[in-house]
Design a protein. Structure first.
Length: 352
């Protein structure tokens, strides 16, 4: 089918703060690639309700050859005559690691809110899944969770990983890295879920081994008191916070770092470690779906500050050729390759 399709991409929130950052980034990258050959429109959530529901669209959405939702919960309150597919990342709220995460959230009110959101999210995902002709999952692990937790038939599922923008994230020559200082980098939601508290404590331990710096980029979750932690750990001169940065700046930070560190307590997928590998930067991270096929190229760490510090030093001293990792990402995970897989899926459903 070479006919130009009219595709509706349901993105959810307009911004990237706190809710669905990874999902929104993936949809935007897919949108930019698919619109080169097809007509594509982004559809946003209502933005009026509180942020727990503000990313959900409501009502009828017609006039498209196909609708693709960035996550099943986006579909909970819509109706459409068009065939619908969704990408399922992970029901993180059903993850066993949630218990560990909750234990590290200091305020009782925040823990209660997370538990309430867990029930709400499961309800929304269940409701959204029923509207889908096909569901794309990002990994085999996500497929199993969709089958086990939501009783979805296997023939309704296709495995398509999130796309990595290999044109934006690439290695470039740096005149000199930090000769006497170990430069670490983390990007993503700065929160307990991402293990930033343990990362900061690990940096404090690494100070004993020699000069070390940490760069942080991304939004700070309201329950995570970064400034207070930096003061308490006496790291205000060691840690630099950039806030949200452009992809161009993000590529520079990946390249200028010695090691990218992401000790998440749980992840639906974990795109940043693959972006770091695409830039030729060493990675230390917790075990997450994205790096399962890349275990030989990364250093996997347990989630204690001591283990993180030890594995950072281990990775720093180890010689690792990351060119094969970059080649694998280009061949199997680039936005171009992933978008072609989605287009074939769209065409199949439209023809049906």
């Amino acid at each position: 089918m070479n006919k130009k399709m009219n595709i509706g991409l349901i993105k959810g929130a307009k911004g990237l703060k706190y809710i669905g950052g990874g999902v929104n980034y993936s949809i935007i990258r897919l949108y930019k690639e698919i619109r080169k050959k097809h007509k594509v429109r982004l559809i946003y959530g209502n933005g009026i309700l509180p942020k727990t529901l503000g990313y959900l669209p409501f009502g009828k959405i017609n006039g498209f050859d196909i609708l693709h939702a960035g996550a099943p919960e986006f579909l909970a309150f819509i109706k459409s005559k068009s065939p619908i597919i969704s990408t399922f990342y992970d029901d993180g709220m059903c993850n066993s690691s949630l218990v560990s995460y909750l234990n590290n959230v200091p305020r009782t009110s925040d823990r209660l809110m997370i538990k309430m959101n867990k029930k709400l999210l499961k309800f929304l995902i269940t409701k959204g899944i029923k509207r889908c002709k096909k569901i794309a999952v990002i990994s085999y692990a996500s497929k199993q969770k969709l089958i086990n937790n939501f009783k979805v038939a296997e023939n309704k599922i296709a495995i398509i990983p999130p796309g990595i923008d290999t044109n934006t994230f690439h290695p470039f020559k740096i005149k000199s890295k930090h000769e006497n200082t170990l430069q670490l980098f983390f990007c993503g939601g700065i929160s307990y879920r991402k293990g930033v508290d343990n990362l900061l404590k690990a940096v404090k331990q690494l100070e004993k081994e020699g000069p070390v710096k940490l760069w942080l980029a991304g939004g700070i979750h309201p329950s995570f008191k970064l400034k207070r932690m930096l003061i308490n750990l006496k790291l205000t001169n060691i840690v630099k916070y950039f806030g949200f940065v452009s992809n161009k700046k993000l590529n520079q930070l990946y390249n200028k770092s010695d090691i990218f560190v992401m000790p998440s307590r749980f992840e639906g997928y974990g795109i940043p470690p693959l972006e770091a590998l695409a830039c030729g930067t060493k990675v230390v991270c917790s075990l997450m779906p994205s790096i399962e096929p890349f275990k030989e190229f990364v250093t996997i760490t347990e989630l204690t500050p001591k283990a993180i510090a030890e594995n950072v030093l281990k990775a720093y001293k180890k010689k690792t050729d990351l060119k094969p990792a970059r080649a694998k990402i280009e061949k199997e995970y680039s936005v171009k390759v992933v978008s072609q897989k989605y287009i074939k899926l769209y065409e199949k459903l439209v023809n049906q």
